[in-house]
Design a protein around this ligand. Structure first.
Ligand code: C2E
Ligand code: MG
Ligand code: MG
Length: 755
């Protein structure tokens, strides 16, 4: 614009035909650019910065007007002609007014109305007005000038140029500059258009994001806040811009946040920048919620900026919690399940090893829980487990873990407890079961059994501690339940022995390590042998003789009893047949049938096959069943009826030790009751036991049953039994269990050895 004013002047000077030769002083010509350029620069600087006010436009117009006028009159001064120049003051003033008003109108059009549509036309209009201002001023200025020829012919300076060449130089130069200026303006425009486009894209991306996008400056003041942020945090953009980021940070972590910022500025070492963190945020209403935040930073000339992309992860957290509760909690009781328990135990093991702490582990099992389920239904069983959980929780402290492993098994982890504390705790648990549970109006008494292992004495890893507590629990169960026991190393030895026996049983059957002894059963009145009881014997190659009292329960547990039972059944039948064939008087052989054998599907088939294969008549076979085995089996009556139909003799062994009701005596087709040796032994020690034996004998006789007493060792016992009309007796008083050959010898018949 400055150059435009300047070049207009010198080109226009060509148009005015002077009667005299005109040259120009180059330094003054150059000087004349100064007011044009400076004034335009000041004017545009003023009016192009928002907000554009009338006052500024006026000042701008004054500058441009002054620029035009001073350029013109300095330009006139550059003329070197042989004439003196005088100015008409009116026209001079007029030229100044035109320069000022033209500029004002042009500026007004350009800047005040730029926001209106049709901006191009205003630009053109503004240019035309500005042109008028410049041209109008020039020609009126020229009209104001009077050239009076001087007598003294003016001298020409060395650095002068004639008007024609000046005109062309200025014109071309200006044209060139205009082209350059135009191009640079265009490039500038394009760049700024691109910047605008980026800015728009950026804004659109930011605004359309579901997440909160927040930018702060180095002081932590918010300078960008999108709709996502508005939605998540509840603050509107207008209220939050310029505020500290602290508005979204919960009170309790504000200090930490500040410290983090300070550390970042001090060390410039990002700890959280570029990472995604899970934190807590606070909404406008003060409520806190979980957020996930990714932080970024950048630095420009104006300073450091931070950007945060923040997501509300409340839903995700809830889903996580739900999943982890499915994975880690027992759905029935809400207690930690085995997986979570294992995690806690592992953590505690690490801590206890580091801090040299003790802890104890209690394995708890509800006694006879299966009965509750069977008799009252699973719904009541579940309800009971929940109430047990409540009682356990009631007496647990915060640091304890109570976990349900499944079924009726619970495991408790008590950090920082020693032997005494653990036993007190176990005692309290037993006590809290003293009160009955109430279900549908009925009182239910339930007891627990608890096995305890201590860290580090009973194990230093999870598996050993659990196993040992379980062993201790097993021992409690064996010894009558409703109690607690600590693990001892002896239990381990016993377990080792049990597992040796379990393995040895199978091998022993294959290697023929089992034999059968027979204990005679005597008719008390006649003293005759009426039968023998087959009792299995095992001579283990390394462990020596093992009592059936020890290995039969293990064989029952492991299932080997099926093969062992078949072995005894077949061999006892063959043996009895061999005695008969050898001419011995005929008597029964009694075989013990364990619970598992009895409930096995083909017991009748096995009995039939043993009889057929040996050729023994069924009336010489007797089966000894225990109360518990016939109570437990659903099809007991059917099986017993089938056996009875085959002609086999049936006896209830160990009578009086089971907990069963007596009504089954009427239901079951049995021939004999065998009084348990416990009662026999106590006949003369305990009046009550004596009374019981008496009662059993009477009852059996009333029901038409035969009675045999086992474990008779003394004459007193025998006499007592005789007085009460007990039918038969068996015991050391008569014979110990004997090898088959010895039975034959009893009859003075040494011929047939055992089969
Ligand atoms: P049970 O059926 O009650 O057998 C009687 C047990 O008492 C036998 O012990 C026998 O030796 C012992 N006994 C006999 N008379 C006396 C006596 O006067 N005093 C004392 N103190 N004990 C006497 P054993 O042979 O050790 O058998 C123990 C248990 O093992 C048996 O108890 C029986 O339940 C089981 N059992 C033995 N053999 C077999 C078998 O072949 N099959 C099955 N399923 N169980 C068997
Ligand atoms: Mg028996
Ligand atoms: Mg017995």
């Amino acid at each position: 614009m400055g150059l435009g004013i300047w070049s207009m002047h010198f080109i226009a000077m060509l148009a005015s035909h002077m009667s005299m030769e005109v040259t120009y002083s180059v330094p003054v010509v150059i000087l004349s650019t100064v007011p044009a350029l400076v004034s335009c620069w000041i004017a545009f600087y003023l009016v192009s910065r928002p907000p554009v006010s009338v006052k500024r436009l006026l000042i701008g117009a004054v500058f441009i007007g002054t620029g035009i006028i001073s350029m013109h009159y300095i330009g006139m001064e550059a003329m070197q002609i042989g004439a003196a120049i005088t100015y008409n003051p009116v026209l001079f003033s007029l030229s100044a007014v035109i320069a000022f008003t033209g500029s004002l109108a042009a500026l007004f059009l350009l800047f005040r109305l730029r926001q209106l549509t049709g901006f191009h036309w205003q630009k053109v209009g503004s240019a035309v007005l500005m042109g008028f201002a410049v041209i109008g001023m020039h020609y009126i200025g020229m009209a104001a000038a009077t050239f009076t020829p001087l007598v003294d012919h003016g001298h020409r300076e060395a650095s002068s140029i004639n008007s024609l060449s000046l005109g062309y130089t200025v014109g071309l130069g200006t044209l060139l500059l205009l082209i350059l200026a135009h191009n640079s303006v265009r490039i500038d425009r394009r760049i700024s258009a691109q910047t605008d486009e980026y800015e728009l894209k950026f804004q659109s991306v930011i605004e359309s994001a579901k997440d909160a996008i927040i930018v702060t400056d180095h002081k932590g003041l918010i300078i960008q806040w999108n709709q996502g942020a508005e939605r998540i945090f509840g603050h509107t953009k207008e209220t939050v811009i310029g505020e500290s980021l602290q508005v979204i940070i919960p009170e309790r972590i504000r200090k930490r946040h500040e410290a983090g910022m300070t550390r970042y500025f001090d060390m410039k070492q990002p700890r959280v920048i570029g990472k995604t963190l899970e934190l807590e945020g606070v909404r406008k209403d003060g409520s806190e919620f979980p957020i996930e935040m990714s932080l970024g930073t950048w630095e420009t000339e104006t300073g450091v900026f931070f950007s945060g992309i923040i997501r509300d992860i409340t839903e995700r957290k809830q889903a996580d919690e739900k999943i982890s509760s499915l994975v880690y909690l027992d759905p029935l009781t809400g207690l930690p399940n085995r997986r979570l328990f294992n995690d806690r135990l592992d953590t505690l093991l690490v801590r206890a090893a580091r801090d040299q702490q003790l802890f104890s582990l209690l394995y708890l099992d509800i006694d006879h829980f299966k009965l509750v389920n069977d008799m009252l239904g699973h719904a009541i069983g579940d309800q009971l487990l929940k109430e047990i959980t409540e009682r356990l929780l009631h007496q647990a402290s915060e640091k304890d873990t109570i976990s349900r492993l499944g079924g009726d098994e619970f495991i408790l982890l008590l950090p920082e407890t020693d032997y005494t504390q653990a036993s007190n705790y176990a005692r309290q648990i037993l006590e809290c079961f003293n009160k009955p549970f109430h279900f549908s109006g009925e009182e239910l008494f339930i007891t627990p059994s608890i096995g305890i292992s201590l860290y580090p004495s009973d194990g230093q890893d999870a598996e050993t501690l659990i196993k040992n507590a379980d062993l201790a629990l097993y021992r409690v169960k064996e010894e009558g339940k409703n109690n607690f026991q600590f693990f001892t190393n002896k239990m381990n030895e016993e377990v080792a022995r049990r597992s040796k026996i379990a393995i040895g049983l199978r091998k022993g059957l294959e290697r023929g390590e089992f034999t059968i002894n027979y204990q005679p059963q005597i008719d008390i009145n006649s003293g005759d042998i009426i039968g023998v009881e087959a009792l299995v014997r095992w001579l283990h190659p390394h462990m020596g003789p093992i009592s059936p009292g020890e290995f039969i329960p293990i064989a029952e547990e492991s299932g080997t009893i099926i093969q062992l039972g078949e072995f005894v059944m077949r061999n006892a039948c063959l043996q009895n047949k061999a005695w008969q064939d050898a001419g011995l008087p005929k008597f029964r052989v009694a075989i013990n049938i364990s619970a598992r054998q009895f409930s096995q599907a083909n017991l009748c088939g096995l009995v039939q096959s043993a009889l057929t294969d040996s050729g023994l008549e069924p009336q010489y076979l007797e089966l000894e069943l225990t109360e518990s085995s016939i109570q437990g089996a659903a099809s007991a009556v059917k099986t017993m009826n089938e056996l009875k139909a085959m002609g086999v003799h049936l006896t209830i062994d160990d009578f009086g030790t089971g907990y069963s009701s007596l009504s089954y005596l009427k239901l079951f087709p049995i021939n004999t009751l065998k009084i348990d040796q416990y009662f026999t032994r106590n006949i003369h020690l305990d009046m009550k036991d004596a009374a019981l034996v008496d009662t059993i004998i009477r009852m059996a006789h009333n029901l038409g049953l035969n009675v045999i007493a086992e474990g008779v060792e003394t004459d007193e016992q025998l006499n007592f039994l005789k007085e009460r009309s007990c039918n038969q007796a068996q015991g050391y008083l008569f014979n110990r269990p004997l090898p088959a050959a010895d039975i034959a010898r009893l009859y003075g018949n040494p011929a047939p050895a055992g089969i």
